[in-house]
Ligand binder design. Structure first.
Ligand code: 5GP
Length: 116
């Protein structure tokens, strides 16, 4: 599978509204927000295209970094206490569009369940 748009965002070749960055993680506003807060949190490594590429032992540190970032961003955006949803779409039936692992951090409104 070829390079994704997120690789270009990591290299700052195309713009994004970056809200958080470390050596390993980048987070930016989704271009088509589905909630008042809609942040994409991605690893800077490109080898995990979807959840089925995850090897627990190998990738535990980066998965930890993604969730640490989500906790920090949720606090920064004031949704840590009200609640939020973290979504990972994996594969065609889930509607995954970009094959670079990403957490959707969604909040700022009441969510429905079950999801569509
Ligand atoms: P997926 O459907 O793969 O789980 O989610 C991909 C997400 O990336 C979508 O919510 C889409 O709006 C977002 N997206 C796609 N291209 C861009 C882009 O160039 N910039 C930003 N900020 N978000 C993007």
């Amino acid at each position: 599978m070829g390079e994704t748009i997120f690789a270009k965002i990591i290299r700052k070749e195309i713009p994004a509204e970056i809200v958080y960055e470390t050596d390993t993680v980048l987070a930016f506003k989704d271009i088509k927000p589905q909630a008042p807060v809609h942040i994409l949190i991605i690893p800077k490594i490109t080898e995990i295209t979807t959840t089925k590429d995850i090897n627990g032992k190998l990738h535990a540190p980066i998965l930890g970094d993604l969730f640490d970032a989500a906790n920090k961003i949720a606090k920064d955006f004031g949704i840590s206490e009200s609640g939020y949803r973290i979504v990972i779409n994996s594969g065609p039936d889930a509607g995954q569009e970009v094959y670079h692992l990403h957490l959707h951090l969604l909040g700022g409104r009441k969510m429905n369940w079950p999801p569509g």
